[in-house]
Design a protein around this ligand. Sequence first.
Ligand code: PMP
Length: 455
Amino acid sequence: MNRIGGSTLPDTWTRPRVTGDLPGPRSAELLARQDERESNARTYPRRLPVAIAEGRGSFVRDLDGNTFIDFLTGAGVLSLGHNHPELVRAATRQLGRLAHGLDLPTPAKDAFTHAQLAMLPADLRDHMRVHFCGPAGGDAVDAAVKLCKTATGRRDVIAFGGGYHGSGHLAMSLSGLVAQKQPIADRVPGVHFFPYSYCARCPLGLDPGRCAVNCVTLLEETLRDTHGGIPLPAAVIMELVQGEGGVIPARPEFVRRVRDLTAALDIPLIVDEVQTGCGRTGTWLAFERYGIRPDVIVMSKALSGLGLPVAIILYDRRLDVWAPGAHIGTFRGNQTAFAAGAEAVRIVRRDGVLGNVAERGEQIAGRLSELAANPWVRDVRGLGLMWGVELADPQDGHPAGGLARRVQAGALRRGLITEVGGRGDCVIRLLPALNVTPEVVDMACDILLDAIDAA
Ligand code: PMP
């Protein structure tokens, strides 16, 4: 038996089990219907061909009775695993009272707001404001940029290569992913990309062994140059660990210098913590690990802990000069998400979940260290419970996306759900639940190492 959230899981939910080919017949039936009826733009079922019936903790089961360890967790949404019983209870209780509340004050929203502010470092807590956005990370990114443009009266925005901020027109314009932009005639103007500290593939082609973080020097010199070509921007937006870009933790010196530069030039710094927030990297927010203080924080994915959608921005009060109605949306009052989210914060504290993130992260680092000897593994990197294994052709260094997808398929057949991302999808990504147990981490690492070996 396996304890989770005060209840126990029967043994059938404590280990992966896959019988026969994937997809099984019942999954295949739904996948075929989906293929007929749904959009060509759908993504996950193309690489993870299963139809999901139910989930519990770190496990999901498909319609054919196969059980998988879920190291994708709804793209990092299910921070306490599937259907955490206490979160379900909190959400269900709230559903019986009030489900939707626009942006009117409610006790559930008040408790949620209090919980989020209470998780900020003490020196930030009292001068940050919260704005409730439409329920997606991309909408909150939109709000953050509009806020900074309004407050500064400036037009341009600096983003980083490899970054991902969402799929809407503005968020897509701020993101590195070229394939999404290619067929779209116009993008939001005034976005300028600078290199990120991606040392496994240095954007300046330099030797990482003798690195002076020249990637950030380019940004510093350009913004200070009277002939640099870019007017003083409204904001700089960055992820502290690029997730979709291939699990790339920024170098601490890179982040500190971006912060110093933006502070000196009075440019608001937006940290996109949609994926890194809510404890994913071992502190409630990743900027704490880097020892900086941002002006705007974007949060979404794991805020409810349960997969109920909610998105917010937290920002310095001095920026709060936008007008009533400046960023609105019908679905900004998801009371069940608020109730689950406040409960999730309580559980994270009570159960020492952030400590578990650090310990399980070290466990993963230890287990994956043997990959250093594999010539196809270019890099293994991560922070907290965000890990990536980058695969590349040892002859020419080209991203080995085909191989990564074969590893993903092999892991699935063995009972582990992973994600791929990064350049050419060459990075196998792990995003387990933050309360994952050592036993589950061990089983998952066994499967992954086996799948890499076999591929
Ligand atoms: N920012 C980051 C860092 C993300 O990882 C994502 C989603 N992967 C988004 C923004 C967009 O969030 P959503 O898909 O909810 O719009």
